[in-house]
Design a protein around this ligand. Structure first.
Ligand code: NAD
Length: 290
């Protein structure tokens, strides 16, 4: 199939390359020319704009930072809807506010473009391996229609409900991940300050109840002070802000999420917004004077 791909960053690049490897043609666009060249070198064709992508394909995937980017790339000047023919399918795989997904879908429906929100979890390594966990909102029939394409990029794709439900699911994922990272950073600072080797603590507890995917991935980064992203603090702040807005909207207070967001905001203010979210360890290092 000929597939459009817009947004070729840490995640979009390997996802587009997996579509190429699976035998699909890819027409791509990104405002960052280096990222475009990288994917073109793997066999994709470059387009001049999002509208240009949409005019050449029956299906467009977007993988952009946040709601304003998706709105402008889809609904703005030179955007997807400008180039879209009736019947185009748009799969937005970015992590954005559920209300923004609903707004974009309404604009799509006016042009008879069908849309799913399909954010992912798993980070760059799983994007490279094609083993992302994909959570989908929108018409069930449309989900069934594109399931095989989603499964080129992920090892699971679950239909969670109507449009926006994919991103609501992703917010739950991001709340759980942020609070787990904070817990790991807090506990590992404790043992370090108490004079016990964190490497031995990791070995001792990883097979017990505290063991988790988050601890396995992030504790080694914290112990090595290796905060190369991965998933940037600034993107996680965006997700937690979207979770807090959504919580306010539906009457679900999120006290721990608010705290984790403030910790991450502190790191952003200190100039670490581009670090991996495991850099929450820096926050605890500062608190504990180490
Ligand atoms: P990124 O910042 O590396 O990539 C975003 C890309 O979008 C960049 O290449 C940027 O140039 C491009 N872009 C921005 N505005 C654009 C525009 N107007 N037109 C065209 N291209 C534009 O971000 P990422 O880490 O790849 O994340 C993308 C999305 O996936 C985010 O919503 C993020 O929350 C989510 N996500 C990321 C990870 C991760 O581990 N990095 C994991 C799961 C989900």
């Amino acid at each position: 199939m000929k597939i459009g791909f817009i947004g070729l960053g840490i995640m979009g690049k390997p996802m587009a390359k997996n579509l190429l490897k699976a035998g699909h043609e890819v027409v791509c666009f990104d405002v960052n020319k280096d990222n475009v060249e990288n994917v073109v070198a793997a066999g994709a064709k470059a387009a001049a704009s999002a509208a240009d992508v949409a005019s050449q394909v029956p299906l467009v995937i977007t993988m952009l930072p946040n709601s304003p980017h998706v709105k402008s790339v889809v609904m703005g000047e030179g955007g997807v809807l400008e180039g879209a023919a009736e019947g185009l399918i748009l799969i937005d795989m970015s992590s954005i506010a559920p209300l923004a997904s609903q707004e974009v879908e309404k604009a799509c429906a006016q042009k008879k473009v069908r849309m799913l929100d399909a954010p992912v979890s798993g980070g760059e390594p799983k994007a490279v391996d094609g083993t992302l966990a994909i959570m989908v909102g929108g018409e069930k029939a449309l989900f069934e229609e594109v399931r095989e394409i989603l499964l080129v990029m992920g090892s699971s794709a679950v239909h969670c409900g109507p449009i926006g439900a994919g991103n609501t699911t992703k917010l739950a994922n991001q709340v759980i991940v942020a609070l787990n990272i904070a817990a790991v950073a807090e506990a590992f600072t404790l043992v370090r300050k108490a004079g016990v080797d964190p490497h031995l603590v990791f070995e001792a507890i990883k097979g017990g109840l505290a063991g988790s995917t988050v601890m396995n991935a992030k504790a080694p980064m914290m112990m090595d002070s290796n905060f190369k992203p991965g998933f940037k603090i600034d993107l996680h702040i965006k997700d937690l802000a979207n979770a807090l807005d959504t919580g306010h909207g539906v009457g679900s207070p999120l006290p721990l999420t608010a705290l984790a967001r403030e910790m991450m905001e502190t790191l952003h203010a200190d100039g670490f917004g581009g670090d991996d979210h495991s850099a929450l360890a820096r926050y605890y290092a500062k608190l504990s004077g180490t």
